[in-house]
Structures are given as C-alpha cells and as structure tokens.
Ligand binder design. Structure first.
Ligand SMILES: NC(=O)c1ccc[n+]([C@@H]2O[C@H](COP(=O)([O-])OP(=O)(O)OC[C@H]3O[C@@H](n4cnc5c(N)ncnc54)[C@H](O)[C@@H]3O)[C@@H](O)[C@H]2O)c1
Length: 421
C-alpha cells in the first residue's frame, strides 16, 4: 500500500483520491482552494456526485484520506488540476505547471508522477519532465512518469473509475509497470499501455469525436427546421441509428462542460490549418445558444413585452451540478441582453443568480417554458398546476424530452428544436 498525493481535488481528483483511500492507500488530498480543504477536513465535499460524500466521509474518518494545502513526501503524485482555455482558445497550462512545480521539493527516488489533467499532445515530454528534472532525479530510472487520462462520466464517476478501460502513457517500461500496478489497485477495466504523446492525443480525440458527432446532429437539427425540409430531426436520427453502422448523437442547445467544449481546441491550436472539421464542429456547437435564441424570438414575436421566460435547467448536461461552459448560461445572457425577464429552475445547482427555488414560483407570469436540460426531475412536472400561473402557455423543448401529446392536451403550444415552428 502506498502513500499517494493527489494534487487538485475537483470532479476528478477528489473521487480518485477517495477511491485510492478506499482501497487501502494512504492519500494526501492537496488543493489550493481553502473551501475544498476546509470541507475535506470535516469529511465533507463541495461538489455534487452520487455516493462521493459517503465515500469521502468514510475515508476521512478512517484516516486514509487527509486534506492538505501543500504536497508532502509520498510514493506517488497524481496531478488532476484544471486545463482551461484562454480567451484566444489556447490550452492554459499554467495550473498544471504550478502543480508540477509544487511537488518538486518532495520528490524522492522511486516515486511515481502521473498527470491526469486533459492536456495537449507533448505536455508530459515538453512541460512536465523539464520541471521534474529540477528534482535532480533521473527521469525514467529514479522517477517514473506517465499520463493517465480520465474518461469518467459526471453523475457516475465512482462506478466508471473502477469499471472503465484506461490508457496509460509512459516514458519507459519501468514507469509503465509501476503506474499500471498503482492503478490496478482499483481499476477493473482493461489497462492499455502506450507512450505519453499517444495517450494525450487519445484523450482529446475521444472528446473531439463526440463534439464533432454532436455538431453533425446540431447541423441536422438546423437543416430539419428549414421549412423547405420540415421534418423532425429526432425521428430522423432515431431511425438512422437503426442502421447497424450509424450512431448519430443527439442535438441540443449547445455543448458545455470542461471537456467537449474545450479539448478539441487543443488539436486546433497545434494544427490550425489541418483541423478544419474540428474547428467547424466547435463553431457549430457554439452557435446553438444563438440558434435557440432566434427560435425563441420567433415563437414570442406576437407577444407584448415585458416577456418572461422560465428556463428549466442551467447545467451543461443532465443530472449533474456543473455549470462550467454551460451553453444555457450563454442563452440566458443573450435573452437578458434583449430585455427578456428570466427565471431558472435547477434542482442540482445550489447557487446561481438566475435560480429561483420552485418551479411554480419561477413560472409565475411566464410566457414560455424552455426545457434546456433534461434533468430526470423535470419528468415529474405537473403541467396542470403550472398552466394557470403562466401568462402564455408555451413550451420549447430543446431535448425532445416531453411528450408533445401530453403537453398539447394540457392546452400548451409545444415547440421542438429540430422541427420547424
Ligand atoms: N470533470 C470531468 O468530468 C473530467 C473528465 C475527464 C477529464 N477531466 C480533466 O481533469 C482535469 C481536472 O478537471 P476537474 O473537472 O477535476 O477540475 P475542477 O475544477 O473540478 O478541480 C480542480 C481542482 O484543482 C485545484 N487546483 C488548481 N491548481 C492547483 C494547484 N496548483 N495545486 C493544488 N490544487 C490545485 C482547484 O482548486 C480545484 O479544486 C482537467 O484537465 C479536466 O479537463 C475532467
């Protein structure tokens, strides 16, 4: 059993730290955010992820998981800090750089260093290794270094941490053996070994594949809304996917989060001339809030101001609390700039300036209900109770989530993304 220092205790680092701890390792969870550390010291968490709170509580109580503002000497160091985009769509590696610098004084012969943060190809070789060399240790012989990207799905992180297949990219065979052995303490999926450049590229290619596929679906949604075609994109995609070799993703109001909306730019940054579909896909997905805004303008064009809209869901995807890069926030800002009054409901988000507590409070005098995120809770909405509270009974469904017949039978007008108004 090893002593492991996990640097960065967010959606990835904290579940990873708790998982290592629950498998008997002694884990030091390091973060620069006092709120995270204060919470962890009490066995609490500040992010919403099923079963995480219980696991953290248990491991802190057992003494296997300890919070710290600074790294300590350990057998292994795992870096899981953010890799956001700069304003000009470049990878901001400053947090990875600082995290790597922060462990240098604590490195000893035989240690393992693994980068988990999603990073542009070449990061371990060109950024991490030059920093680790400052320890004076011989990289590959005395210090084992690798890159192990994370593929977990928020909302089922603890299950996927254990059961997903993993790729581990390393700089030599000894590093591969050491790092594989470490992860095998809890990973039940296959572990595939490769070099660091390939592993880095795999992670961003996986997310780019999904971003491009969603952009294709969004482009189809726009095409199907064109009155010259006027078919229901959801029906088209559903039937096309009955083909054994077709798997089109779902359209929606945009792509957000820390991965799909960010990682494709890491490829564009390195190969702007060649990464043409990838860039266009990003631009297509980024255009969706404006597309939904235009659709709303059209739906409400004959209604007198002040126009009020209730937004159901503000996260970037369903059943999680994460609003990072959420296209719904972009949509709300657009609507506000055009003098729409906005109220939002989101059972997963604890704090937001747009949020009101209950849906009946939110819809009061609304002209339009926009289903922006398909949180499972919204299946329970009682339209009979909401109807008398709204000024106009109109629904825009951007996820094909509600049943048109049910909504229309309750006296609402129903509009759907991917079908002409
Ligand atoms: N969230 C996901 O679903 C997901 C999935 C796969 C990969 N990733 C990648 O994993 C990485 C981490 O993402 P996340 O979602 O966990 O981020 P996050 O923002 O939830 O958490 C990162 C944590 O790192 C801390 N931090 C920043 N700099 C630090 C430093 N120098 N020392 C110590 N702590 C530091 C922050 O305070 C924060 O608590 C990113 O590269 C991301 O792209 C995320």
């Amino acid at each position: 059993m090893k002593k492991i220092c996990v640097i960065g205790l967010g959606y990835i680092g904290l579940p990873t730290a708790a998982m290592f701890a629950s498998n008997g390792h002694k884990v030091i969870g390091v973060d620069i955010n006092n709120e995270v550390i204060d919470a962890l010291e009490k066995g609490e968490v500040i992010i919403e992820e099923p079963y995480l709170k219980n696991m953290v509580e248990q491991e802190v109580a057992s003494g296997n998981l300890i919070a710290s503002k600074k790294p300590q000497e350990a057998d292994a160091f795992i870096i899981a800090v953010p890799t956001p985009l700069t304003e000009d769509k470049k990878a901001d590696m400053s947090l990875v750089e600082k995290a790597a610098e922060s462990i240098v004084p604590y490195l000893r012969t035989g240690n393992i260093v693994v980068l988990e943060s999603t990073s542009p190809t070449g990061t371990v070789k060109n950024l991490i290794i030059p920093i680790l060399e400052k320890s004076g240790l011989k990289i590959g012989d005395e210090l084992y270094v690798g890159y192990c990207p994370e593929r977990v799905l928020p909302g089922q992180i603890l299950f996927e941490l254990v059961n997903n297949n993993r790729i581990i990219g390393t700089i030599n065979r000894k590093s591969a053996e050491e790092i594989k052995e470490l992860y095998q303490t809890f990973v039940k999926g296959e572990i595939y070994l490769t070099d660091t450049d390939t592993a880095e590229m795999c992670k961003i290619v996986e997310n780019t594949y999904r971003d491009v596929n969603i952009a294709f679906a969004n482009e189809l949604a726009k095409i199907c809304e064109d009155t010259a075609i006027d078919v229901d994109v959801w029906e088209v995609i559903k039937l096309c996917n009955k083909h054994p070799r077709v798997n089109i993703h779902q359209p929606g109001p945009g792509v957000g989060g820390h991965c799909l909306a960010v990682d494709p730019w890491f490829i564009v940054e390195k190969n702007p001339e060649l990464a043409r579909i990838i860039r266009l896909a990003r631009e297509t997905n980024d255009s969706m809030p404006q597309f939904i805004f235009n659709k709303i303008e059209n739906i409400l064009k004959n209604i007198n101001p002040p126009k009020k809209i209730t937004i159901l869901g503000i996260t970037y995807k369903a059943n999680i609390d994460d609003v990072r890069e959420s296209p719904i926030i972009t949509l709300i800002k657009l609507l506000e700039e055009h003098n729409y009054k906005i109220s939002a409901v989101d059972p997963y988000v604890k704090k937001s300036k747009y949020k009101v507590d209950t849906i009946s409070e939110a819809v009061k005098d609304s002209d339009l209900l926009v289903l922006a995120v398909n949180h499972k809770d919204f299946k329970e909405i009682d339209f009979d109770t909401l109807a008398p509270q709204m000024r106009n009974k109109i629904v825009l469904d951007t996820r094909n989530y509600f049943d048109r017949n049910i909504i229309e039978n309750k006296g609402f007008k129903y509009y759907l993304l991917g079908k002409a108004n």
